[in-house]
Design a protein around this ligand. Structure first.
Ligand code: FMN
Length: 385
């Protein structure tokens, strides 16, 4: 196989490999998918200043976030059901991330449990929490990941309920009900035998390891979204976040902030970081893009906590753009999901290597020696908003 070279190639390879309902699950957004497109367009619209005749022979991509050294300022964003993309997909991804010196944020709704990932990876990963209605379960889970040694907790706050994702209904992930939906999924699986052998037969596709204590009965894949709608808590407030803050000893990051007022409130509660994120355009459609929201948020709280960002980042130069807009680190979602689907652990490793090449080149062309040099001064135009 000719190795795919960029995001579009990885996406195309993932599309060939995955049953349509899974590809659409990753690829899609909510409502009319406007923000999904806007995230990408806004990152690409960020223009940089080309600077010359600086000695950039020793560009240094490394950085420190929350006391941890990173080979580059990049993290694999939490992706629910990532294990559906390749057999034991989360384990493959976390191994690739660790080998590349960047953190992976393990989703609450990963297929593999945190114990399984920890046993396989041998090194701690960051953990992402969705707050379930059963708070006893939530606190037990927190204590468990803390005992496992997960260094950073990332609480996702932009999912009081799942956004309406019509693509998932059309392609069969969450609809139509009954035999028609089942037939739709089975025919897609049958048309993708490599996936069927690897994940459908070789993996355990119906297992969401971390939720086992509260998933009573057999929750099938197509019921999962409605299950999460019933079991994740839309009544979560800042008070709950304060409780989590008091229970979690290590760095606490909240993910899904799009407004400077919310960012200030998070800083007041004492979180250590936030992720400017609209869930990759999967929740509120009609909001601004993350690249548009980022500068004002970094301005509002950048001196009080660590501002991270995600959404629409498709290559290493996009990482540089987000850093120039004020982020100290950048999460990537669909890029690693497609790389995993296309090439497993090796696919994620190669994608990360490519991001590093592009980021290093971007630093050199903008006259930066290292990540610490990046700032708004490398922007050709001041950020809007
Ligand atoms: C298939 C898929 C599943 C996701 N699952 C989660 C999740 O379980 N928890 C979470 O906090 N965010 C989740 N997200 C959002 C990502 O963490 C991230 O915010 C988003 O993908 C960034 O945008 P990008 O895909 O354009 O890079 C998911 C995104 C996708 C595409």
């Amino acid at each position: 196989m000719v190795w795919p070279h960029g995001f579009d190639d990885l996406r195309a390879a993932a599309k060939r490999r995955l049953p349509r309902f899974l590809f659409d699950y990753v690829d899609g957004g909510s409502f009319a998918e406007l923000v999904l497109a806007r995230n990408v367009a806004a990152v690409r619209a960020v223009t940089l200043r080309q600077r010359v005749l600086n000695d950039v022979s020793q560009t240094d991509l490394s950085t420190r976030l929350f006391g941890q050294g990173l080979a580059m300022p990049l993290m694999l964003a939490p992706i629910g059901m990532g294990g559906m993309l390749r057999k034991r997909g989360e384990i493959q991804a976390v191994r690739a991330a660790q080998a590349s010196g960047v953190p992976m944020v393990m989703s609450t709704v990963a297929l593999c449990s945190v114990d399984e990932v920890m046993a396989a990876a041998g090194m701690p990963f960051w953990f992402q929490l969705y707050v379930a209605k059963d708070r006893g379960f939530v606190m037990d889970l927190l204590a468990h990941v803390q005992a496992l040694g997960c260094p950073v907790l990332c609480v996702t706050v932009d999912l009081p309920m799942p956004g309406p994702r019509w693509r998932d209904q059309r392609s069969g992930l969450s609809g139509p009900p009954g035999l028609i939906g089942q037939w739709r999924r089975w025919s897609q699986v049958a048309a993708h035998p490599r996936w069927a052998l690897d994940v459908g037969l070789g993996g355990r596709p119906h297992m969401l390891g971390n939720l086992a204590p509260i998933m009573t009965g057999h929750v099938r894949l197509n019921d999962f979204l409605s299950w999460s709608g019933r079991n994740f808590d839309p009544s979560v407030t800042w008070q709950d976040l304060a409780v989590i803050r008091s229970r979690w000893d290590g760095p606490l990051v909240i993910k899904g902030i799009m407004d400077p007022d919310d960012a200030r409130r998070a800083a007041d509660i004492g979180v250590d970081g936030l992720v400017v994120s609209n869930h990759g355009g999967r929740q509120l459609d009609g909001t601004v893009s993350t690249a548009e929201a980022l500068p004002a948020i970094a301005q509002a709280v950048g001196d009080r906590l660590t501002v991270l960002a995600d959404g629409g980042v498709r290559n290493g130069l996009d990482v540089l753009r987000m850093l120039a807009l004020g982020a100290k680190g950048v999460m990537i979602g669909r890029a690693w999901a497609y790389a995993l689907a296309a090439g497993g652990q090796a696919g994620v490793s190669r994608m990360l290597a490519q991001f590093a090449i592009e980021l290093r080149a971007g630093l050199a062309f903008t006259g930066c020696d290292g990540i610490g040099d990046v700032g708004p001064h490398i922007l050709a135009r001041p950020p809007v908003g």
